[in-house]
Design a protein around this ligand. Sequence first.
Ligand SMILES: Cc1cc2nc3c(=O)[nH]c(=O)nc-3n(C[C@H](O)[C@H](O)[C@H](O)COP(=O)(O)OP(=O)(O)OC[C@H]3O[C@@H](n4cnc5c(N)ncnc54)[C@H](O)[C@@H]3O)c2cc1C
Length: 386
Amino acid sequence: MRLNAVARDWDVVVAGAGVAGTVIAYRLARHGVRVLLAEKAAWPRDKACGGCLNAATLRALDQAGLGAVRHLGRPYSQLALASGRRRATLPLPEGRAISRRQLDAWLVRQAIQAGVAFLDSTQVVLRPVDSQAGRRRILLRQGQTQRSISARLVIGGDGLGSRLLREEAPGELQVAEGSRIGVGTTFDEAPAFYTAGRIHMACAASGYVGLVRVESDRLNIGAALDPGWIKRCGGPAAAVQGVLRQTGFPCWNALGEADWHGTPQLTRRRTRLGSERVLILGDAAGYVEPFTGEGMGWAVAGAAALEPLALEGISAWRPALVERWNARHARVVRARQRGCHGVAAVLRRPRLLQATLPWLDAVPASVAPLTAWLDRDYPCHRREAQ
Ligand SMILES: Cc1cc2nc3c(=O)[nH]c(=O)nc-3n(C[C@H](O)[C@H](O)[C@H](O)COP(=O)(O)OP(=O)(O)OC[C@H]3O[C@@H](n4cnc5c(N)ncnc54)[C@H](O)[C@@H]3O)c2cc1C
């Protein structure tokens, strides 16, 4: 869609076509809401991510009406965990591994079919509220071209690097000390060691690397690494190779030639999830290191939890909606993030992990309580709405 053909007034403008932005755009369009979804990157885009939709996330997508996602990518049901020279193979509830290029492009297609207008290569910039009209002004930037539009509500699904509210609420996004950064890429060919159906996870003191087969047998890599380690190694490829070597996982030449994508520091928290006629969702609302592979689940569950509040905000905005969203997000998403924090803290102690791995390998069923806990259903948004 060309920028100068875009309508001036919308019910909702969603910034960012990641999992959070596309799912909320899709859900709202199904209520008959006029939604514009604007994405800064040229589409389709790659993103540093493990690409694993775990079983709980798949059920959350079923609930959102997006269960056909199960036809994409490849199934997995095992985790091959390694630290030092110790290894354990553990059972997992069946999930689906899909590259983010394919997953996000599919989600955008579902949103468009539901009636969402989609613009790529377009950055959303917030402008002041027009109080008389009861609308938020927005500037859309597409290269050198700009267009001013307005919406009753803006939803910020603009990811970890979220800058939507940086002028209105500068100090409200706090990055945790010692936070790692994410890197990732996908390969057409890789060693046969990395078999389909299994997430391979190499853990070291400097971070961890996850490898999984996705669609067309491609190998997806997502890693969370200390920024100092990446610097010392001279870049993401060497840093990933360093971690793989420490665990005896094979490296291959193309690792050094790949186009790596990165993220800002991962673990962060936003104290206030909105501003006047703006609500923030997904990674932009806060995130923790991705070891448990739940980030997309938090984004989907967050979108479901936000849906009734967004509908309310479109018909009659009240400042209290931001506080209600904060409280609901804490129940649905932040509570789960605390668990992930705990698991990530254990992984930061390689000796503890190495001591545990032989035992886990001998008694894989011992991990069942943890996987069951991670696999619990997200609260249904209807119940949360009460
Ligand atoms: C290394 C790594 C591995 C991971 N592995 C997994 C995993 O296996 N399973 C899992 O569930 N989760 C995983 N995650 C987490 C997952 O990637 C995120 O939680 C998820 O992508 C969050 O989705 P989102 O929509 O909030 O943000 P994003 O997917 O980051 O989307 C945000 C979008 O907003 C766009 N944008 C930014 N600013 C603007 C603007 N002003 N205007 C318009 N568009 C804008 C960006 O270009 C981007 O496309 C992993 C993360 C990392 C870093």
